[in-house]
Design a protein. Structure first.
Length: 272
């Protein structure tokens, strides 16, 4: 009780001093500050902030905030119907990360609705399109954990140096590439849902500007094999190959492909 009385007394003293402070001379202000320092034990700069605050701001203890000045943070809540609508969109995007899925959602929702594959309630649709990438990742975390292949991890490879040198291109990084020749590439595993043992892969390459796609089967996920497939795809393209964008798979992020892209006279832009 005594501590509460002390705080109340300090607050009243500071409020009375604040009303006087504005009309005092420079010498009077210094003397008032000296008195308040001795009376309250507050730092001089804390006292100056309190004495110079606007009338509309309620008083508070130094180092803290008044109850009136703290605005409550209302976290947006998403019900099970929103999560239920998000999961098939995530699957349709080939399980993109939250950052890329958030940028893709407006186009994806519109496309699926126009083809009759999706029908959303107006409030659910509004909530989906208002989601941040962090919220998408948070809501999908339990789904990812339970999905097949979640426990599979590639063994560490010595490709960190190459990956550091290759620039990152985000979903919105294609705005200035309206000409054909910029390919998004990825590998599809024909593994039957299990990554153990040997199986075939397909190298998929899609041109960002035109949607032109090429696919070639490969017998293993290896940089040299990927280069051979890329050379075949390059000869089949009706336009020059200007750049390729891949994920962080060691089959793409390795010195062989980096050197192939930087070969004199070729100079293909490699991003991830």
């Amino acid at each position: 009780m005594a501590a509460g009385n002390d705080r109340q007394a300090r607050r009243l003293a500071l409020e009375a001093a604040r009303r006087r402070y504005g009309v005092l001379s420079a010498g009077g202000k210094r003397r008032l500050l000296d008195e308040l320092q001795e009376l309250t034990g507050y730092h001089r700069k804390s006292l100056l902030r309190l004495l110079n605050r606007p009338d509309s701001v309620p008083p508070s203890e130094p180092g803290g905030a008044s109850a009136e000045s703290v605005k409550p943070h209302h976290r947006r809540r998403y019900g099970p119907d929103v999560v239920e609508a998000l999961v098939p969109l995530w699957e349709a995007s080939d399980r993109l990360c939250g950052k890329r899925l958030q940028a893709l959602l407006p186009l994806l929702v519109e496309s699926l609705e126009s083809h009759g594959h999706l029908s959303l309630e107006p409030e659910v649709r509004k909530s989906l399109l208002a989601m941040s990438s962090a919220t998408i990742d948070r809501l999908l975390a339990p789904i990812r954990k339970e999905s097949g292949g979640n426990g599979w991890r590639r063994t560490p490879r010595a490709y960190s140096a190459v990956r550091r040198r290759v620039p990152v291109r985000t979903f919105k990084g294609w705005d200035n590439h309206s000409d054909p020749g910029w390919l998004e590439i990825d590998l599809v595993a024909h593994c039957g849902g299990r990554m153990e043992g040997r199986f075939l892969w397909t190298l998929m390459a899609t041109d960002i500007a035109t949607g032109w796609s090429e696919s070639l089967p490969i017998v293993m996920r290896d940089g040299a094999v990927v280069i051979t497939a890329l050379q075949l795809i390059r000869r089949q393209l009706p336009f020059p190959l200007r750049g390729i964008d891949a994920d962080n798979d060691p089959a793409f992020m390795n010195r062989l492909i980096e050197a192939w892209c930087d070969r004199p006279g070729q100079e293909i832009v490699l991003t991830r």
